[in-house]
Design a protein around this ligand. Structure first.
Ligand code: MTE
Length: 311
């Protein structure tokens, strides 16, 4: 188990540690080794040390309660609320990710090792589901380009393919075989330039803490200018590949979901308009923003492409 540095400990943890110590009757003199030992016993759950966001877009955050109690996680259920309870027994540590394909050295790396390698920062992003709801979430993680720089993709690597862990004992829908709600494991993909874009993020936490199971613990993708289904949860594999990967929803229904899935109020879903969205917790709808408000940053990635064709 990792040692904790004092500066890695949040005020909440320090408070709990102190309370624990007082309960033990430990007096005024606390040796540093005893403190290290105590800290090592604290739940790993809360040990996130990160650079806070300055919230440059002045976004109004949704509450943690909203963002963690209304989810899409088909590995558990198609229901929005059921996965919250159903996922609590997920064992998310230890958890290694596999890195394969057109990279310098194929390897498996433990989540905490990735965190130590790349450091953590907070990103406050809009998040827009293709179903028409949206939220603003303070994610904690690191930009995907840092990981790609480390993996050193070769010149054959044109796309990045992401796969959710396939473990039917943990994910009940995966155990249903042909009766599963979707084809498992869940797969997503990005073009290499999209994957390397500074906004593309790998999240390990939100609201100052580790991701809760229902939000895709221990590590997920967040691509803020694309519909939420691109933001694949509970990552198992990241592969650099030559061909465009076929993603889960495109595979389920190619007439309704494409590879790009850029948020676009001008291109409706065949069964509903995308012109407006409802922020979780709000009564009235608001206009959908092109590229979910990140047009200035990402529009150049799609210069010359017909966004109706590449939806
Ligand atoms: N990833 C996996 N593995 N399984 C899923 O069902 N749902 C997607 C995406 N990632 C999903 C997934 C969809 S449709 C959305 S909108 C977002 O996760 C929802 O993320 P949230 O539940 O944290 O809000």
């Amino acid at each position: 188990m990792q040692n904790f540095n004092l500066e890695d400990i949040t005020p909440e943890e320090l408070f709990n540690a102190r309370r624990h110590f007082l309960k033990l009757g430990a007096g005024a003199l606390v040796s540093s080794s005893a403190l290290t030992h105590l800290m090592a016993e604290l739940p790993k759950q809360n040990a996130l040390h990160y650079t806070p966001s300055t919230n440059p877009d002045k976004l109004i955050l949704n509450t943690e309660e909203q963002a963690t109690n209304y989810v899409n996680f088909y590995e558990f259920s198609t229901d929005k609320v059921a996965p919250v309870k159903m996922s609590q027994k997920m064992k998310t540590s230890p958890w290694s990710l596999g890195f394969f394909g057109e990279i310098k050295t194929e390897q498996m790396v433990e989540v905490d090792e990735l965190i130590a390698k790349f450091g953590l920062e907070e990103r406050i992003y809009r998040f827009r589901c293709v179903e028409g709801w949206s939220m603003v979430v303070p994610w904690i993680g690191f930009p995907l380009y840092k990981l790609l720089d480390y993996l050193e993709p070769n010149s054959n690597a044109k796309y990045v393919k992401f796969t959710t862990r396939h473990e039917p004992a943990m994910f009940p829908d995966q155990a249903k075989g042909i009766f599963a709600s979707i084809k498992h494991p869940y797969v997503e993909g990005l073009r290499m330039d999209e994957a390397r874009h500074p906004l593309t993020f790998i999240a390990v936490g939100m609201y100052g803490k580790r991701l809760l199971p229902q939000n895709g613990a221990p590590m997920r993708l967040v691509v803020p200018w694309k519909y939420g289904f691109k933001s694949i949860k509970s990552l198992d594999l990241i592969e650099c590949v030559t061909e465009e990967p076929r993603n889960t929803w495109q595979d389920q229904n190619p007439d309704e979901y494409g590879f790009y899935a850029n948020v676009n109020p001008e291109v409706d879903h065949p069964r509903w308009t995308q012109a407006k969205e409802r922020v979780l917790g709000k009564l009235f709808k608001q206009p959908t923003l092109k590229f979910n408000g990140y047009e200035k940053e990402v529009a150049s990635l799609y210069a010359g492409m017909d966004l109706r064709k590449y939806f």
